[in-house]
Design a binder for this molecule. Sequence first.
Ligand code: ARG
Length: 459
Amino acid sequence: TSNKMWGGRFAAGPAAIMEEINASIGFDKRMAAEDIAGSRAHAAMLAAQGIITQADAAEIDRGLAQVLDEIGKGRFTFSRALEDIHMNVEARLKEIIGEPAGRLHTARSRNDQVATDFRLWVRKTIDQVDAGLAALIRGLIAQAEAGADLVMPGFTHLQVAQPVTWGHHMMAYVEMFGRDRSRFADARARMNECPLGAAALAGTSFPIDRHATAAALGFDRPTANSLDSVADRDFALEFLSAASICAMHLSRFAEELVIWSSAQFRFARLSDRFSTGSSIMPQKRNPDAAELIRAKVGRIMGALVALTTVMKGLPLTYSKDMQEDKEPLFDAAEALILAIAAMEGMVRDLAPDPERLAAAAGSGFSTATDLADWLVRVLGMPFRDAHHVTGRIVALAEAQGVDLSGLELAAMQEVEPRITRAVFEVLTPAASTASRLSYGGTAPARVREQIARWKEMLG
Ligand code: ARG
């Protein structure tokens, strides 16, 4: 038998395999709440405009509330023969209220309907991601406050570069996740326009009020071009772009946690709650959660590439290709929200090892730049000359198997006779970090200012 919704011109129903490739109910049922909210706003508007009667609109609203309730309670039977969430809801509405259900689809198409549902779903998800990121940022700030004075090595090329502080390192991620929040907020502001009422593609001859439905659904305004309204998936791509960048940040931090928790580094300990053991090696504490967070960027960025590839080359307006927009985005959203929550948990439990960090901070001639700066400041040497002299002193220390602060003054004076004992004051990691008072620098005083600024912004 042909389809109840559009079967008028068909003599035969779809092949089984046609139904299988065509149906989206398996995944778009996740937008049930959004679909019903959109339909309720649409029906109320149709009645307010005199396009359907108030009595029919009231019946539709009552019926849709019941459908929502049934779905919420798991009492709804989804049907693949009905293709998607839109037709599943409408078919059930017909069962509940009868004839008025057929008036709901006046001045509307599944094309503007799905565009509206999907925007509402992405908007809601952005709000969830934002809340997760805010919590993660608070966790990082707590770590930064507790470890504002802890010295640790700062790296470039994963080679010890200069001493920094634990607090400064934590606050670097606060900056990243703060930018992520603002990217999601930008995407949200841009996508907050309502496509409902664009109908199939050209608009409608009914005297609808698109501003009313847009306002009822919390959109800032209706979309301005009906063709663009049903053909646009930029909002999904922008979400996935922001999600990819955010996942990349999570992945970098996860990688650092993996490195830091290794026996070779032992910079920090992951809690039991966020570690796993080995089935064969009794001593193991594996950072599985960090590794999985590190990996999530693969599927999230994969979703961005998948949807961009689906959209490229599609002629205006709607093509069924666009039904392939949802699964990757749902999967990416789930992965991102989970990764953010797991990272927050790990960060809150994370225990830095002050002794290990301090020892590593002083290794690798990490205060060589401080020595060169001293030669500039105290002896008035040009920096390039100071760099060269310091390089010779480092080579000397390396040959003797000691750190810079372990060198005899006499040894340094062989390279540069004007060096005095005062130089040793700048050669400790704590002196090095304390001296880096330039705006945004690693000095604990500066980091505390940034912590205060962030706390004020978070309220
Ligand atoms: N399930 C469809 C989708 O996800 C809804 C829109 C169907 N529109 C159509 N012209 N067949 O895109």
